[in-house]
Write a protein that binds this ligand. Structure first.
Ligand code: FAS
Ligand code: PHB
Length: 396
């Protein structure tokens, strides 16, 4: 027996894209159901991004979802670059009038899930066998299993917010998607440490031995990353080796104090730039990591997912309230313009800061010249700052 349900929008995935979209649609009076394959505990504890752009924070505030963020997030007015034995700061606020907020992705997800459930809205965890049907017709549907029952959810729109390994993108007929893909020959080994931050802002460090990033999550937890080979295994990195390498690559000779502490989480993140286009297929709209991946160097992944769903929600509201498909038709092009500007910035930051095996002296000098230029020229540092704090939402 299949339980048939009806709504206006099926949102596949309860990550930042799906959860922000749900709130945007609810604010527009549009009925939606969120389907998530993992448990609530799992999605709320998954450690990922840490930097929220200015437009992302402003949107969460407009949606009334930033109360805890405004209490607990760390506001950063600048970022530092370390290279060739020196530290240089880029004053984001002076150059753009905007700041970034450091607040873990899992905290955003926790706040959004709590708000969604407090609204009494539908979010089903631990669903399985999710499948999309008739996305090229006006009445697509999603079948899935939940708590031992089979369901068919009949909707007007399916929002594929199910991340890079989700079911939505593969539901697009072969040949209908164009993929642009760049896999970098290195990865990031990331740790969370119970150690109070000793620097107020992030430090991006380009060292002869490789890139390192000093970040944080709270007044008692630091977040650190090391560039490692793409196929590196965590087993090769003892706590001692991690701290030793961080002490070498971070500017400890230039007054930075690396405080150690128990490592409470560790993982290796691949470095990849990926874009699948178009992002719309009939009544299926892809958003966030379901459509694109950026290397985390620019701190963009989560923020780009939010930017997509701002466009998606407006397109769906125009369709359902005005019976006007213009937003759907323009959805992919509007999102992809920003996606590629963010891919460019993320690729540029990645290339500028990471070392490639076998890289010759000339290439290293070009990197150092780029870092010197971007931390001394007002024009160059303004361009970096504008991208780092976040490009405005919507069509530019
Ligand atoms: P998400 O992947 O966050 O969410 C998709 C959701 O869909 C998940 O909850 C998943 O369980 C669910 N799902 C998948 N398949 C499903 C199905 N068949 N049915 C139902 N639900 C399904 N970005 C940064 O900016 N900075 C970082 O430092 C950073 N670090 C990262 C580290 C790691 C290990 C990873 C994987 C990503 C990192 N990212 C980082 C990028 C990350 O933050 C993403 O950009 C962000 O999560 C994108 O959000 P969503 O598009 O919502 O996708
Ligand atoms: C993080 O704190 O997780 C972080 C910060 C900046 C980045 C990437 C990740 O560019």
């Amino acid at each position: 027996m299949v339980r048939v349900e009806r709504s206006e929008v099926a949102i596949i995935g309860a990550g930042p894209a799906g959860l922000v979209l749900a709130h945007l649609l609810a604010r527009a009076g549009i009925d939606c159901v969120v389907l998530e394959e993992r448990s609530r505990n799992y999605v709320q504890s998954r450690v990922r991004a840490g930097v929220l752009e200015h437009p992302t924070v402003e949107l969460l505030r407009q949606l009334g979802l930033a109360e805890r963020l405004d209490r607990e997030a760390m506001t950063h007015r600048g970022i530092e670059f370390a290279f060739a034995g020196q530290r240089r700061r880029i004053d984001l606020e002076a150059l753009t009038g905007k700041c970034i907020s450091v607040y873990g992705q899992q905290e955003v997800v926790k706040d959004l899930i709590g708000s969604w459930l407090d609204l009494g809205a539908v979010l089903r965890f631990e669903v399985s066998d999710v499948a999309l049907h008739d996305v090229h017709r006006e009445h697509p549907s999603v079948t899935y299993r939940h708590e031992g029952e089979s369901h068919r959810l009949e909707v007007a729109i399916v929002a594929g917010c199910d991340g890079f390994h989700g079911v939505s993108r593969p539901s697009v007929p072969a040949g209908a998607l164009e993929v642009a893909d760049r896999v970098y020959p290195f990865a990031w080994l990331g740790i969370l440490a119970e150690a109070a931050p000793t620097n107020e802002e992030l430090i991006y460090s380009s060292h002869e031995r490789g890139f390192a990033l000093y970040s944080m999550r709270s007044p008692s937890v630091t977040r650190l990353y090391l560039q490692v080979p793409a196929d590196e295994s965590l087993a090769n990195w003892s706590e001692a080796r991690i701290w030793d390498e961080l002490a070498i690559r971070l500017p400890t000779d230039a007054g930075f104090d690396l405080r150690q502490g128990p490592i409470i989480e560790r993982g290796i993140t691949t470095m990849r730039g990926f874009v699948a286009s178009p992002m719309r297929h009939g009544r299926l709209l892809l958003a966030g990591d379901a459509a694109h991946i950026v290397p985390p160097t620019g701190a963009k992944g989560l923020n780009l997912a939010v930017a997509d769903v701002v466009v998606l929600a407006a397109a769906v509201a125009r369709l359902l309230h005005e019976h006007d498909e213009t937003g759907l038709v323009e959805y992919s092009a509007v999102c992809l313009r920003r996606v590629w500007r963010v891919q460019r910035f993320s690729a540029w930051m990645t290339t500028m800061l990471h070392r490639l095996d076998g890289e010759d002296r000339f290439a290293r000098q070009l990197q150092l010249a780029e870092l010197d230029q971007v931390t001394t020229s007002v024009a160059a540092s303004t361009a970096l700052a504008e991208n780092y704090v976040g490009l405005p939402f919507g069509p530019h």
